[in-house]
Design a protein around this ligand. Structure first.
Ligand SMILES: Cc1cc2nc3c(=O)[nH]c(=O)nc-3n(C[C@H](O)[C@H](O)[C@H](O)COP(=O)(O)OP(=O)(O)OC[C@H]3O[C@@H](n4cnc5c(N)ncnc54)[C@H](O)[C@@H]3O)c2cc1C
Length: 297
């Protein structure tokens, strides 16, 4: 495992925005992950776990800690069970499972970049399906700090198995989102034999191609509300096409902010603020971000 210095994070996000990480490494196995965490603790710097960077806005100032990119990409199918490393891309998972006639991941076809770990953490989903429906077990490295939140050498790493219930999945959330000391390493998914899985995958792919903007983005910026889609609120607030610097509330889909070229994180943050304020003023409704903002610290 090599720890690199000053790695530009925009190259690791689908938004193509973000400054350098002071330290950066890619890990493929548990031993390297433990080494990387130990490095951050020893240096007394914060750490950030990176998947595919498809739900992420990184500060223009970068991150003054260690970014650990999860690249555990092992994947195995046993009957209808799938054992997948957290670094497996959703694209690969969709392709391999649909070829095997397994249903449960069709919704994810056409999502660029995303990994299994990021998807479990955010209970990603679409078209009425989500990770919660198929997640059986998650293998996690837990960083146990005697005094939580304080960076020190006096920490332990425990490997734990979480079953579906332990994951406390809810709409775009899970226990892993609440607790950044839980690092998803791999998982076991229980899928079902399905009819016409490949056809469904194709259908969803062409839907996304038609409905989603082609420019770099991080997917939906805001969570939907129970009965209202955030995109409708933003559109009705008259914000479609609103541009700040290089960022724009997409003309194609109002819950996407796109990078028109050279967008800064500040441009995106300003558009997020604007959308929240306008929606609150017009409809009295507070919308909440789905994407993760990585601040410089
Ligand atoms: C065009 C487009 C369409 C999209 N469509 C959808 C959609 O239909 N439905 C949907 O739900 N999402 C969608 N997304 C958003 C995104 O793809 C998902 O949220 C995805 O699951 C994020 O995974 P990631 O690996 O890219 O995570 P990242 O963006 O790398 O990280 C997101 C968060 O997860 C954490 N994380 C990542 N890996 C791990 C790990 N192994 N352990 C612990 N924490 C981890 C990170 O620290 C960060 O806080 C879309 C994005 C794009 C760009």
């Amino acid at each position: 495992m090599k720890i690199q210095k000053n790695v530009l994070l925009k190259e690791y996000t689908t938004f193509k925005i973000g400054g350098p990480a002071k330290y950066f490494c890619a890990v493929e196995n548990k031993e390297d992950l433990i080494r990387a965490v130990s490095f951050a603790k020893k240096e007394k710097i914060p750490l950030f776990i990176l998947g595919g960077g498809s739900n992420l806005l990184v500060s223009d100032e970068g991150f003054k800690g260690l970014v650990i990119k999860i690249e555990n990409c092992k994947l195995k199918i046993v009957n209808s069970r799938v054992i997948a490393g957290a670094g497996v891309s959703l694209a690969k998972l969709v392709s391999i499972t649909s070829n095997a006639g397994l249903s449960g991941m069709e919704w994810a076809s056409g999502i660029p970049g995303a990994t299994v770990g990021g998807a479990i953490r955010g209970n990603a989903g679409a078209f009425g399906a989500e990770m919660k429906d198929i997640t059986k077990t998650v293998i996690v490295l837990e960083i146990q700090n005697p005094k939580s939140k304080i960076q020190n050498n006096n920490f332990k790493i425990k490997i734990r198995n979480f079953n579906n219930k332990d994951c406390r999945f809810s709409y775009r959330s899970s226990i892993f989102k609440e607790n950044p000391d839980l690092i998803i390493f791999s998982c076991e998914l229980e899928m079902k034999r399905g009819d016409k899985v490949k056809e469904k995958v194709k259908e969803i792919l062409s839907y996304r191609k038609e409905k989603h903007p082609a420019e770099p983005s991080a997917g939906s910026i805001f969570k939907n509300l129970e009965n209202i889609r955030a995109r409708d609120l933003i559109e009705k607030a008259g914000l479609k096409g609103r541009t700040i610097g290089g960022a724009q509330i997409s003309e194609h889909h109002a819950n996407f902010i796109v990078n028109l070229g050279g967008a800064k994180s500040k441009d995106v943050l300003d558009l997020i603020d604007l959308a929240k304020k306008e929606v609150k003023n017009k409809f009295g409704i507070e919308i909440e971000e789905e994407i993760k903002y990585l601040d410089t610290k």
